[in-house]
Design a protein around this ligand. Structure first.
Ligand SMILES: [Zn+2]
Ligand SMILES: [Zn+2]
Length: 129
């Protein structure tokens, strides 16, 4: 095993500390970026930080806007032609997604809620004081 330089050690310590802080907030449903606001539903970050992140992605990635437009075009095309907006299959229902894609969304929402519930219980048990 090679010896780590002081700098590498400090970096490692710093990233561990950051990870700890991140987990601390994320587990409590608080945004780890600002540490002040509740996380947005289905996200780790709060709505403000999500918006900031989005803005910085758009700034650093000039193709982002273009891809977004393309995605939106595809979405509109699918809605207009009554196709599932996720997989593009013809729809039999009034929904914008086919049953399979709806189930996928419902499933991931359920998993997220369940995870949050478990975390809450875990944290609730710990924070007795
Ligand atoms: Zn935030
Ligand atoms: Zn679909």
């Amino acid at each position: 095993m090679g010896r780590l330089s002081l700098e590498a050690l400090a970096k490692r310590k710093e990233s561990a500390r950051r990870k700890e802080r991140y987990d601390f907030y994320a587990q409590r449903g608080i945004c780890p970026v600002c540490g002040r606001q509740d996380a947005a539903l289905g996200h780790v970050y709060c709505q403000d930080c999500l918006n900031n992140k989005k803005a910085s992605i758009e700034k650093n990635d000039p193709g982002f806007e273009k891809r977004k437009t393309k995605k939106k075009e595809r979405y509109d095309y699918r809605v207009a032609n009554h196709l599932c907006v996720d997989c593009g299959k013809p729809l039999k229902t009034k929904y914008k997604r086919c049953k399979k894609c709806l189930d996928n969304i419902r499933f991931s929402n359920r998993v997220w809620l369940l995870k949050k519930k478990l975390e809450d219980e875990k944290n609730g048990g710990k924070a007795k004081a």
